[in-house]
Design a protein around this ligand. Sequence first.
Ligand code: DGY
Length: 329
Amino acid sequence: GSRTMSSQPTVYVTRPDVDSSGLELLRKSCQVSTWNEALPVPRTELLRQIAGKDALYCALTDKIDKEVLDAAGSQLKCVATISVGYEHIDVEECKKRGIRVGYTPDVLTDATAELTLALLLATNRRLFEANKQVYNGGWKSWAPMWMCGQGLKGSRVGLFGFGRIGQEIAARIFPFKPSEITYTTRTERPKEAKAVNARYVNFDEMLCNSDFIVVCCALTPETKEIFNADAFQKMKSNCIFINTARGGNVDQKALYEALKCKRILAAGLDVTTPEPLPLDDPLLTLDNIVILPHIGSADIETRKEMSRITARNILAALAGEKMESEVVL
Ligand code: DGY
């Protein structure tokens, strides 16, 4: 137990380097302790530190499962993650124990959609490949067909997932004049689709007809490795595959094979399995891929606000009040 004399609630923060504005909010009324390195807290340390705490401020790099909740003890009231994704938290187990779960949707929607467009354009117009030529002497002269890519204009774009982020991606793709935007979701969203003239299609149709496929869904048991060898097999040979959701949505070995044998044209990934991607991963030997280190929401103001929302979620939960963004369990 770590109740202080002043009986302030105790919070453990797994990331000392979240923007200080969030930590300051917590420190006003809580006793805050943090992990002390800019890398994920080791599991054993987390298990030790969470014991007796009232709340946990965590990130997607922390696996919050039964073992962690057991180690915490029954006084734990809240787990708040500085992310919109919460597949790293066993929410069912939290529900059973009456532990409230906070996350940070909405605030990062625009930043993530913006990064998705940046990644898409970097991939289809081969920006990194081209940039390399400037430095390695590959740039001999302007040449008619050199470094040509496949434009968005007139193309069919398929969005896998059409939630907050998917809709904002669609809104940003729309001005590039694709021939059609389609989306695949569990439930049709006609009202939201209308704004960007998007058409609902089933998974198979999206796979078979898209020039671009953009993954922007949550990682759930249903979407885990849904992009497998079978899926890549159905894609058009000019298909460009973009993933800014979770690496777990993709069978990465199948993606490698599809890119290697030019079954599809190219891929742009902001998320991989694992993260970081080992330096000897076969994906890194390919020319037709752009890989970014999970920076979708990495916009300064966005990350600052994520830090504060996570703190406010904790403060609300500890006060027994409505949280700003609570995972409905
Ligand atoms: C999230 O929020 O889930 C992103 O992956 C990181 O911001």
